[in-house]
Design a protein around this ligand. Sequence first.
Ligand code: TIU
Length: 304
Amino acid sequence: MIDANGAGAPPIAAGASYFAEEQARRVAITTSLIEARGMIFAWGMSRQAGAEDVRHEFRAAAIDPHRRLYAQETPALSMSKSIDLAAEPYEFTLRPEHCALLIIDMQRDFLEPGGFGEMLGNDVSQLRRTIEPNRRLLEAWRAAGLPALHTREGHRPDLSDLPPAKKVRGRSATTIGDAGPMGRILVRGEAGHDIIPELYPAPGEPVIDKPGKGAFHATDLHSILQHRDVKQLVVTGVTTEVCVNTTVREANDRGYDCLVLEDCVGSYFPEFHAMGLKMIKAQGGIFGWVSHSDALIKALAAIP
Ligand code: TIU
């Protein structure tokens, strides 16, 4: 045990500079302060709860400041159990207190007949088959009291956040920002940019407006997830190989575990959908896990 003056810290090597000694002393003092604060918190909480079976949680909280904060805010969730569910390449261990559902770009312009997607010649039925599984999952997720977030791809009305390269790509006669079948294409505030009514965000569910394909690029998503101590993401939405895959890769590099549900993601191109899922679960789950909404809904029912 290291005391508040640094006594008990490992000895400084002979010949070490004053700077190194000072640095070691400061590290030792900081360590002891963190330990002391953790123990005071654990003592207070255990008196309040008066329950033997939650004491292990307090010991963990004493060494993990994030967990300590979260445990203080939502004691019930912090004590819920991990649940294994069938997935590829191997079972996914859902940790409800650290997991969020991220629904990608279920927007009218991508999914509805007469929208921008269909105007470009795409078969929207390939995306529409994901609506009902997402609706059922979202219902079960909300009923379990877990956090859901939604994203929308789109730009400011003045298009100042639209890269010129993205504006001209495709050489289409009608591009982002132009008048489309449901208002200006992929512009925030326009009807086509909004989320389909079947999956409309509930009050309090964050909506992330993203200018890119990935949900982390130029958004506050990572901050929002960190503040809630989220470490796992269940990712659904469209399209499998574009915005879903890009987001999963971004999340992976930021340290999140991602579970993608094959029936809740879709692509205009079935072969890209199949390959998009294969790429995620290949090489031992190089970007994450793939499962089915039935398996997750079953797991949610097991949350106490
Ligand atoms: N959400 C999303 O994937 N946006 C796209 O641009 N998808 C296409 O497939 N183009």
